[in-house]
Ligand binder design. Structure first.
Ligand SMILES: [Zn+2]
Ligand SMILES: [Zn+2]
Length: 358
């Protein structure tokens, strides 16, 4: 888990200077919570890719995902020193790939943390009201607890079985298991983020809407088309760019039958569970944390034949979830996990004693 780095004792190097230069006109964007990607020209090329979440404080930095911060890639440590020197005391996601470094503050909206400037470090009391202030465990531990909690709830086949109007839903798919979930791992977490009372209609959109009413259907249909024929004209000119997978283009005569195949797939191979979360802010926060946590779990990997491996979204393929938003974001902390478990118990009462097994 977390390790502590005393940044005031640290010395900067060549990477620090390169990152500082590349960020010169991007400080406002970072303060706004935007994801900033830079390609510092002189960043050393020999580093390995990786990501970390860090909590930058006035005299030290907690590397939230590593027992030993030296395991975090060198450019990430450099970025931390540069952010600290700017007085940006906040939590950040920092990731480095071959030649790109991306930095994003974990904002209030996403995870209950505000970017604090050097002048206005939030008081402990303010922090307490913002939620997520405790240490964040590695994703495997909460992922197992999330699966276990959900298993107490009935598996549903149809939106009409949902006994409440507001909540999150969790899809399961035939053939997809893990050590955390021998009876079936979560393959999608979903929400109705912008309006109240929309849980059932959201699920209906998945089961019987069309690809333009549901990104889930778009993913499923695109993967079905690609599995049948990677060169399908409805997917060209490129993954994610064809008329089936991109924008709001209409299905053509050729891919229109795919809509029926998506509905059939949902009815035959997928089932779901629902958790009642009446408060919209809380629901949206938990959605983001749950997606990120299950996506980051190294135990819950897709089977080699999982349909999602044919999806155009790299995030779907990498996470093993039919989700792209929030993949790679902040994972859940203990207090939000406790709250989720409470909400699951509350939901169980709504279902009464009726229980099904997969
Ligand atoms: Zn088509
Ligand atoms: Zn897991």
């Amino acid at each position: 888990m977390a390790s502590r780095y005393y940044v005031r004792r640290a010395r900067g190097g060549k990477d620090d200077a390169a990152i500082e230069t590349a960020l010169e006109d991007k400080w406002d964007a970072i303060r706004r919570g935007d994801k900033v990607q830079i390609e510092p020209s002189s960043l050393r090329r020999s580093h390995r890719p990786g990501k970390d979440r860090v909590d930058i404080q006035p005299d030290h930095v907690d590397f939230l995902e590593k027992n030993d911060y030296t395991q975090s890639p060198v450019p990430i440590q450099a970025a931390v020193r540069v952010l600290h020197a700017q007085g940006l005391f906040a939590r950040f996601h920092i990731a480095v790939s071959e030649d790109t470094l991306s930095i994003q503050a974990i904002t209030t909206e996403r995870a209950g943390i505000e970017v604090r400037s050097a002048e206005g470090v939030a008081s402990q009391r303010e922090l307490a009201t913002m939620g997520s202030t405790g240490p964040v465990p590695a994703p495997e531990q909460p992922c197992e607890a999330i699966h276990e909690a959900l298993e107490t709830l009935p598996l549903l086949d149809s939106p009409v079985e949902v006994p409440f109007a507001d909540g999150l839903y969790f899809f399961y798919e035939e053939g997809e298991f893990s050590d955390h979930a021998p009876n079936g791992r979560i393959v999608r977490v979903g929400n109705h983020p912008r309006r109240q009372g929309g849980l059932v209609s959201r699920l209906r959109m998945h089961y019987s809407g069309n690809k333009n009413s549901s990104v889930f259907r778009k993913f499923l249909g695109g993967a079905l088309l690609r599995r049948a024929n990677p060169a399908d004209p409805c997917l060209s000119p490129a993954p994610g760019k064809g008329h089936w997978e991109s924008g709001n283009a209409k299905a053509c005569l050729r891919c229109r039958p795919t809509e029926a195949r998506v509905s059939e797939l949902l009815r035959q191979r997928l089932r779901f569970r629902c958790v009642r979360v009446p408060d919209m802010t809380e629901r949206n926060r938990l959605e983001a944390l749950l997606v990120a946590t299950v996506a980051a779990c190294d135990v819950c990997r897709p089977s080699p034949s999982w349909l999602g491996l044919q999806a155009y979204s790299e995030k779907v393929r990498a996470s093993g979830l039919w989700n792209s938003q929030y993949v790679g974001d902040a994972t859940i902390d203990q207090s939000n996990l406790n709250r989720f478990q409470e909400l699951v118990s509350g939901s169980l009462e709504r279902f009464g004693r009726l229980k099904k097994n997969m």
